[in-house]
Structure formats: structure tokens, C-alpha cells
Design a protein around this ligand. Sequence first.
Ligand code: URA
Length: 239
Amino acid sequence: MQLDRILQSQGFGTRKECRKAVRDGEVKIGGEIIRDPFREFDTADLKFELNDWEWEYAEQVYIALHKPANYECSHKPKHNESVYNLLPDPVVIRGAQSVGRLDVDTTGLLLFSDDGKFIHAISSAKRQVTKSYRAVTNQPVDDEQIRQLIEGVQLVDEPEPVQALQAKRVGDNVIEMVLDQGKYHLVKRMIAAAGNHVDQLHRFAVGDLSMEDGSLPELELGDWCYLRPKHLALLGYGT
Ligand code: URA
């Protein structure tokens, strides 16, 4: 593929801007400055440097972010910063979207992609990719609350009781829950319906992709990494 087209496809601006960046000597491949924007490159495993950053060509981009609190999952946040400010500009420019949303005060694993099929597959109610959460509660957790979460709690606006696939007490005021649904404020609403209140919420896994078992590189709050085929496989998504 032509270099200017490659750069454009990766979110580095219009064809014209990409040609200018190449002509200005801003692009290196294999350590060599390439000044011909029309030179052809094989995109398989292509790495290039632009503005002192090393990038990898990817037909579609898949990212995991460790979302901090006080970031909104929106391009137009109302009262806080946007999670998109935590991603590099080219990833946003090429159209990566979050896979579902986390509340502004929720921390943890948030995925992004520009692959619509992937977003649908992971967030679709039908495929039921599980989401694992840890909630710190305002009141001590008791067996009765855990029983209710597993057997199902009735939520306002939901026709049927909603059940956790798993729920366990992992500390005096800490519950871990695995859900296969992704409705608005679901964990907070379920725990409230069971008679407690969520003070802090963290999502530590989506499917078998966990921030806590070494399946992802260690991510500090606000850090992101690319997802490789082995990570997508843990989400049950083959590329
Ligand atoms: N459930 C919630 O209540 N909040 C989230 O951010 C995610 C799941």
C-alpha cells in the first residue's frame, strides 16, 4: 500500500497532511527516513515511526484502557474529562469507540476498537461475554445479600429479576460479581436492591481477559495497551 494511504488509514490526518509529513521527513521505516509518500510498503507487520513514536500498522485497532475515576465514556463529556483524552490522537481519529461504557466513578478495564463487529460481539446481550466487577460497599456484606444477588433481584424498569452469574463476599465490605448483561448502572442497582450501597466500583475482567491474572500487561490507571490476537481469543473473538 502507498505510504500516504497507510498513514491516513492509521489516523494520521488527511492524505494531504500525511504526504506533507512524509515529505517533511517525519516518517521513518526500519530506521530510514522515507520522503516519498507514494512508495509502496507491505503492511504485514509494518512498524513506522512518526513524531518520535513507534506505531504498528493495524487494519483494525483493539485497545484495553485502565479507566480512572472522573472520566466520562463520551466524546462530549458534561462535567469531567473524556476517556478519549487518554488515548493517542490517531486512535481516536480513526474512529475507535468504547465497547460499552463504565460510569464516571467506575475504574477498570474498558475496551476500544474501530471494528464494529467486535464492539457488537462483546457488548451484545446475545453473546453474553461476562464482565467481572469488585464493589466496595457502604455496609458490611452478608450472606443474605449474596443469596439475593445470585437468586435474582427485582429492579425498577426490569421485567424479570436480574441474577449475577457469580457473587461472593471477598472482604467485610467487598463483593465480587460476574454478570453477563451490561445495563445502565447494573451493579449499583443490583447491590442497592439487595440492601447495600456501592461506594466504589472496579471492573477487573471482560470475558477471560483479566487485569489481574497476567493475561494483560500491567496497566496503571490511565494506561492503555494494544490487544493482540491472543487477547481477542480470551474474549472469544477470532480475527
Ligand atoms: N454497573 C454499574 O453500576 N456501573 C458501571 O460502571 C458498570 C456496571
